[in-house]
Write a protein that binds this ligand. Structure first.
Ligand code: GMT
Length: 372
């Protein structure tokens, strides 16, 4: 099939999922066209089956804010028409589902039909989309999609609760290409570069937005390092990074915490790690936790949103209520001080990711494209 994929090209989970899906579809022989304002950060090659089309904005003094949706919908029309695309798969409802609806109507006027599949990712529903500023348009554009998917049952339920949805919402989990985490042999995975043999390595990866509660990550680690010789890797960047760095200084643990910034190769970092911390306020799925599991990490997370569908309490790690720093620290210490328990959680994690295999999920999306 000929498929257009619209997403945010950034380090956020929705862009990562969209990019990995597009590359997997191209590997299966589909023709895939990415339509966004920058080349997606994880798009690691362009082939005759993978294309990238940049949405360019035209500056004009009258515009205080650039009308991205207009530029995006016009680009969608151009690319659908030029390459006779059959499906537009948009990731993250805002503003992609809205722009796709406009593109579909413009194409219809030209006598061209295209199907729109909208995948809901989380903050487009729970944080931003349900805000009165956007709710009417988000609800409209979801209901006007030909197919709607959500990345967890939790997110599907949140969507039905927060909006008047007239469409069936199908749950298609996020996925992981486990092979990308197997190829890193121990030569490339140099723990000694970051920690002493006796030390454990704890990791957090996110976009450092308030919803991630990155100060809780630091507070949890502060308690852990008092009992367990350990290092903390903080991967990613965003508005709360400065607060997290200040808290590290205030707690006097600068020598044990490394802020590594954004990385497009998290597999190489996660292979070093023993335990992954994700104390989010809300999390529709928690792709970062799945990636950590693929690299053999035990997971300490909150029980927010879809996290219980990913992190199995007592099997792949432990879950706590949002903000319960002491309980998360207690559970982290329990795992890190018991090598046998840590090894069993690592092994369970590598098994559990098979539930979210690339093959299964890509097949589900292919069926949705064909059925709509
Ligand atoms: O995690 C983020 O804040 C980025 C956000 C996004 O919009 O890309 O991630 C959302 O989508 C990911 C991929 O489906 C999910 O794994 C994340 O749980 C979800 N984030 C939230 O719900 C807060």
């Amino acid at each position: 099939m000929k498929i257009g994929i619209v997403c945010y090209p950034t380090f956020g989970g929705s862009g990562v999922v969209a990019t990995e899906l597009g590359m997997a579809l191209a590997n299966k022989g589909h023709e895939v066209h990415f339509i966004t304002y920058n080349q997606p950060v994880r798009l690691d090659f362009i082939s005759n089956k993978l294309h990238f089309h940049e949405v360019i904005l035209e500056e004009y003094p009258l515009f205080q804010y650039q009308p991205y949706e207009l530029a995006l919908s016009s680009k969608m029309v151009e690319i659908v028409e030029k390459y006779t695309l059959e499906v537009l798969h948009v990731h993250y409802a805002i503003p992609h589902a809205y722009a796709a609806y406009m593109a579909k109507k413009m194409l219809f006027d030209k006598g061209i039909k295209v199907k729109v599949v909208t995948t809901l990712h989380g903050t487009d529903i729970t944080l931003v989309g349900s805000h009165p500023t956007y709710k009417t348009a988000v609800e409209f554009s979801i209901n006007k999609s030909d197919e709607v998917t959500a990345v967890s049952n939790s997110l599907k339920n949140d969507t039905m609760r927060l909006f008047n949805i007239t469409k069936e919402i199908k749950v298609v989990y996020n996925f992981i290409d486990g092979s990308k985490y197997d190829i890193i042999d121990k030569q490339e995975c140099k723990r000694s570069a970051l920690a002493y043999e006796t030390e454990k390595i704890v990791t957090h990866i996110s976009n450092f937005r308030p919803v991630k509660r990155t100060k809780d990550v630091v507070e949890i680690f502060y308690r852990v390092q008092k009992q367990i010789p350990s290092k903390l890797l903080m991967v990613g960047d965003g508005p709360d990074r400065f607060k997290a760095e200040n808290l590290v200084k205030k707690l006097g643990i600068e020598d044990k915490v490394m802020f590594l910034g954004n990385s497009s190769d998290v597999a190489r970092i996660l292979c070093l790690s023993d335990l992954f911390l994700l104390p989010s306020e809300t999390e529709s799925f928690g792709l970062a936790a799945l990636e950590a599991m693929a690299a053999g990490n035990a997971i300490i997370s909150t029980n927010a949103g879809g996290l219980p569908e990913v992190n199995v309490d007592g099997q792949t790690g432990y879950l706590s209520n949002v903000g319960d720093i002491d309980n998360m620290a207690k559970d982290a210490i329990k795992i890190l001080k018991d090598d046998a328990l840590l090894a069993s959680f690592k092994s369970n994690a590598k098994q559990h990711i098979k539930t979210f295999s690339l093959e299964n999920v890509v097949t589900q999306y292919e069926s949705i494209y064909k059925d709509c």
